[in-house]
Design a protein around this ligand. Sequence first.
Ligand code: RAT
Ligand code: ZN
Length: 415
Amino acid sequence: MSSATKDKKLAAQVEKIVAVTPIHDVHTHLYAPAFGELLLYGIDELLTYHYLIAEGFRYFDLPYKKFWALTKTQQADLIWDELFIQHSPVSESCRGVLTTLNALGLDVKKRDLKGVRKWFATQKPDAYTTRCMELAGVKSICMTNSPFDDLERPVWEKGFSGDSRFVTALRIDPLLLDWSNTAPKLAQWGYNVTSEISAKTVEEVRRFLREWSKRMGARYVMVSLPPDFKYPAQTVCNQLIEGAVLPHCRETGLPFALMPGVTRAVNPQLKLAGDGVGLTDLKFLTNLCAQYPDNKFLVTILARENQHELCVLARKFRNLHVFGCWWFNNIPLLIEENTRMRLELLGLSVTPQHSDARVLDQLIYKWRHSREVITNVLVDKYADLARTGWEPTKVEIERDVALLFGGAFEKFLKG
Ligand code: RAT
Ligand code: ZN
């Protein structure tokens, strides 16, 4: 067989394996159908995704307030008109809507928003969840679960029947980043805390973490961090991390997931769409990994310029697992760059992607687009190996892809 034919065969094999390997989506903002209205899906939710709202305002000629006063359907109409009709939908988030509609069997070339709406109105959450997961090739979805969310908390308190398609993660941003407003809430919920960080308060925060991790069956504890986060430092946040979060994670074996690099509300007028990115000094992560070898850290980072340093850190600390191309990194250009860099520096001990989907149907495009890029990178890597005479077998490729799509993450969780 000529080497060109061999290369083609290898590429087709990798493509097929990547296409059929089920994915464990390790970070999303999706909810199981039992959470009712918290599970978002359908064309109006797709069009009013905050990534698209930010893009819409590049063109809108209307005050922010007026936009927010519109109904969801009116906002979706406006975004559709500006981002799909007045301009070609070339951005990643716009293209994503079309990939999703196309995969669902809807004819996008008609540009028929009303018809698309009609179709979505007939979908039932439970069956539609299964359909989207099948089309995305996703086997399990990790939610972002917050006891501080007033709509979500009552669902947990009341209880609901489990859904094996969904797993949970305990999100604690308000606890660590907004203690002055969170302490009174904890006190109201029966935890004996004060705004001053006393030994009793730390103990009670640990009890809070213990109780909520257990109630949710959380697989990890997660926080997003501003670019100027430091550790160690004399801050309430660090006192809580040191006294409560890290001991809790050690006691339960749960990883602490950190998402550094987000500057919240750079433009508050844009609400959820108004957050930005900043360069992080990763010294804090070196310190955490070195000082707490018995803690596990899951990390995804927002600034492109931080990606290389993060990989190098992961080479130094095996209690650090790198995952996902987060938010502004979730574009083909950066998925490709990050995935290449990670494979070249870390081999298969990474989780190249998570979807961060907020709307169920987004699973379809986020994973189709990522799979395409990951395939290309893997084809190149295996072809490089083949040129040395090391021809990967089908079983080896299947094993590797399974690691990238959740297997390495699971191992890290269990390890
Ligand atoms: O990607 C997003 O949707 C962001 O708004 C954030 O939610 C981010 O992913 C986060 O988890 O903080
Ligand atoms: Zn997220």
